[in-house]
Every structure is written in structure tokens, then in C-alpha cells.
Design a protein around this ligand. Structure first.
Ligand code: SF4
Length: 144
């Protein structure tokens, strides 16, 4: 899938964003309702940061005629989680406090890593995970 997605990419951007201090905050909380809140809040903040980063790339490249693909995250949408190893080796997210476990999980938990293609093919910008998913005909949240 990634080879198809990035076959026309002129560049591939590696990204990593995180919510620093999340794990320490969540671990010391004993109230289950607050734990639930922190979990949802942490995920939302991490996703917002990741979306902001992609939008920054799009803004920076606006007017140059290039397109920015959907971000493809290791471990999601059939992107092999083992690609974390290459992403970490090249990007070194440890510099901003993100570490990788032997099972390719990131710490802090609320971290997002991804590959984003830069290309001149408009079609590539519109491709989503649902385009590759066998469940899309029946999935209630397809293309949501
Ligand atoms: S069709 Fe549904 S299950 Fe498949 S990627 Fe899209 S949202 Fe996820």
C-alpha cells in the first residue's frame, strides 16, 4: 500500500508529535473518571498536534503546485508497525522526548508518528485508508 501511495512522491516527510508529560499525569491519577478524561483528552491533543503539523506543511507548500498526502501512521490502517524502527532511526524523535519500546510502542503513549508524501499528483492527496479497506462497503464510519 505504501509503495503505491508514495510511488509518485518526490519527498516523504517523517513526522513525530507527542503530548509530553502525559504518561506521568495519567499514571498518578486514581480517579477512573479522570483517567477516562485524560485518555480522551490526550488522544485528542496528540491528533490535533499531528493535524496542525500536516497543515503547516500544506501551508508552507501552498502555491508551489505540489500536493500533500494523508499522513500514514505505522500501526494504523495496515501500515506495518515495524516501520517505526526506520522512522526512529532517521528522524530521532528521542530528541523531543519520544522513545520506542521493543514492541514498537511509543512513550509517551499519546504520540503520533507518520509518513506524508509530497507529490504533483492530485489524486494521491485524496486517498484515504478507507480506499484500501475491505470493510468500506459496510462500515458505518467509512470516509467519515
Ligand atoms: S472503512 Fe471503516 S474500518 Fe475501514 S478504514 Fe475506513 S473507517 Fe476504518
Amino acid at each position: 500500500m505504501l509503495s503505491h501511495l508514495f510511488s509518485k512522491a518526490e519527498e516523504i516527510v517523517f513526522t513525530a508529535t507527542t503530548v509530553l508529560g502525559y504518561d506521568e499525569l495519567a499514571e498518578k491519577e486514581t480517579d477512573s473518571l479522570k483517567q477516562l478524561f485524560y485518555d480522551g483528552w490526550g488522544s485528542a491533543v496528540a491528533e490535533c498536534g499531528h493535524t496542525w503539523l500536516r497543515n503547516q506543511i500544506k501551508t508552507k507548500l501552498a502555491g508551489t503546485g505540489v500536493c500533500v498526502t494523508f499522513p500514514w501512521c505505522p500501526g494504523q490502517h495496515e501500515v506495518d508497525i515495524r516501520l517505526q524502527k526506520e522512522l526512529f532511526a532517521l528522524l530521532k524523535p528521542e530528541d523531543i522526548g519520544i522513545t520506542l519500546s521493543s514492541s514498537f510502542m511509543m512513550h509517551p503513549q499519546k504520540s503520533v508518528s507518520s509518513f506524508i508524501g509530497i507529490c504533483h499528483d492530485v489524486e494521491m492527496e485524496t486517498l484515504r485508508a478507507c480506499d484500501f479497506c475491505g470493510l468500506r462497503e459496510t462500515c458505518p464510519t467509512a470516509y467519515a
